[in-house]
Design a protein around this ligand. Structure first.
Ligand SMILES: NC(=O)C1=CN([C@@H]2O[C@H](COP(=O)(O)OP(=O)(O)OC[C@H]3O[C@@H](n4cnc5c(N)ncnc54)[C@H](O)[C@@H]3O)[C@@H](O)[C@H]2O)[C@@H](O)CC1
Ligand SMILES: [K+]
Length: 481
């Protein structure tokens, strides 16, 4: 599915499979430490480095980093949490190859340091940082020292991106083989700084056995399924999206329709209440307008193959009835905003009629209204919600997650803060609806929509929602095979 993302358990499994395949643990650790030392050298010329090692294999990597940097002419001090005699396996072997002093972990090691290598805890983090480890994190922040993190900044949970206790802010994090969710989900992603994924000799063939159901969102995930028009195609072959509009907030439906047409839907019709028709007819000449009183006729027309309901519609029984009627047709559908909030009292009524041909696009507030307050990372919550709803769920945020009821998911990490602007969500719903109208599978349409939405915000300062659809031709041209 593209750039795979492995859970901590899957990472251990990949590691074990590589070892079974003949790559020794020591080889992996040497390569890991080498990659971290190389990343540090790229960023910092010869300087004074404090390497902080923990009691497990993350610490083992640290011993390699220390040796490699010293060999390269850096002034290295190394401090270990716990006693060296308690180190095991590969970490013990690497400690025995470090010929410098091993200090007990304390802030003394930071004196006169220019850079810190954080090799305290990685994948094996089991509980919140406390005691001297937590004191070190505070002291590093107090001194404003740059940190290069091994695998993850210590304290960041590799599976959730959440912080257990505390964690240092890194400038660079070097991880191995593939990213973990914690590198992409907030706040982990921000604490990592720049993430480098190093090849340490684990063969890609282990992925066939591990089969991770998670990927980092990007064109590699969905490029092959993108609904480019056929040379001999007709506009109806590119799909016809129906956008349900409301009486007052007419801009929302117009943004949806414009985004859908820009992304590739052949036709778009806004179906709105009578009082909104005049203003809608004065809008984009290429967007069609219909009276919402004819909704049943629109639904019965098989050429109209996809719908977006919610943006600007107004919460209530009328919208609820339209969503249920639309869902019963089995057409591709995006439910956003008011279409979701209309079911906050009766989510089960909605979930009963959904399928994986439907994408729900809640932000956190809408998500909580529909699925209740739930614990866990965005990834876990989106996955549970998709399963419960029986539909694709796109949980919006700076780390948007798209989850399929079968457990597949992508994490999107290209959304800039400029997207937090009025109408931006309407454009996202339109992009996804447009792609589904053009024939793209719901899960991949949601993933592609999320990524294109982030890419379209690339202009940065001054961005307004109206700019987003207009950025699509440039982005799509670069993707066109
Ligand atoms: N593919 C892989 O899996 C590879 C992993 N390597 C390294 O190995 C690391 C994983 O090693 P480990 O499984 O030994 O795990 P860690 O080294 O991350 O930590 C495990 C140790 O820390 C202790 N611990 C956990 N949380 C603590 C806390 N809050 N306070 C105090 N002690 C705590 C545990 O009891 C255990 O002794 C990876 O992060 C990576 O850096 C590399 O050496 C190379 C290959
Ligand atoms: K670490």
């Amino acid at each position: 599915m593209g750039p795979e993302v492995l859970s901590v358990a899957e990472m251990y499994r990949a590691d074990a499979l590589a070892t079974v395949g003949g790559v020794s643990g020591e080889h992996l650790m040497e390569a890991a430490g080498f990659a971290v030392a190389r990343a540090l050298r790229r960023r910092f010329g010869p300087c004074r480095v404090a390497v902080l090692c923990g009691p497990g294999n993350n610490g083992g990597d640290g011993f390699v980093v220390a040796r490699r940097l010293r060999d390269a002419g850096y002034a290295v001090r190394l401090a270990l949490l716990g006693d060296a005699v308690n180190l095991k396996g590969d970490a013990a072997a690497m400690a025995s190859r470090w010929h410098g002093a091993t200090e007990p972990l304390s802030s003394a090691v930071l004196e006169r340091a220019d850079v810190v290598v954080d090799a305290l805890f990685g994948a094996g983090l089991a509980r919140p940082l406390s005691g001297v480890a937590a004191d070190m994190v505070a002291e590093i922040a107090r001194r404003g020292l740059p940190v290069v993190a091994v695998d993850v900044p210590s304290g960041v949970d590799g599976d959730t991106g959440q912080v257990l206790g505390c964690a240092p802010q890194a400038v660079t994090t070097v991880t191995f083989f593939r990213k973990k969710p914690g590198h992409l989900l907030l706040p982990g992603r921000l604490l990592c700084g720049e993430v480098e994924v190093a090849d340490i000799g684990i063969p890609a063939s282990v992925l066939a056995e591990v089969e991770p159901p998670l990927a980092e969102n990007g064109p590699a995930v969905w490029r092959d399924r993108f609904p480019w028009p056929a040379v001999d195609g007709h506009k109806y072959a590119r799909g016809h999206l129906v956008v349900v509009g409301g009486p007052v907030m007419t801009g929302a439906a117009r943004l949806v329709a414009r985004a859908a047409r820009r992304v590739g839907a052949g036709l778009a019709t806004i179906a709105a209440p009578a009082e909104a028709l005049a203003i809608l007819r004065a809008g984009d000449p290429g967007t069609m307008v219909a009276d919402l009183a004819e909704f049943d006729t629109l639904l019965a027309d098989s050429r109209k193959n996809a719908l977006v309901l919610g943006p600007g519609c107004g919460v209530g029984a009328a919208l609820r009835a339209r969503v249920l009627a639309a869902a019963r047709t089995g057409k591709a559908m995006v439910l956003d905003a008011d279409a979701l909030s209309s079911f906050s009292e009766s989510p089960g009524e909605l979930f009963k009629v959904l399928s994986d041909n439907v994408v729900l696009t809640p932000h956190d507030g809408e998500f909580a209204r529909l699925f209740g307050k739930s614990d866990g990372s965005r990834l876990e919550r989106a996955r549970r919600a998709a399963k419960r709803a029986g539909a694709v769920v796109l949980l919006k945020g700076p780390d948007t997650v798209v989850a399929h009821p079968d457990g597949r998911a992508v994490i999107n990490a290209n959304a800039p803060p400029w997207l937090a602007t009025a109408g931006s969500g309407d454009v996202l719903a339109g992009m996804i609806g447009g792609l589904m109208a053009a024939g793209m599978d719901a899960f991949f349409a949601a993933a592609a929509g999320a990524w294109l939405h982030g890419a379209a915000a690339g202009q940065g300062p001054g961005l307004i929602a109206e700019d987003l659809p207009e950025a699509l031709p440039r982005i799509l041209t670069a993707l066109f095979p």
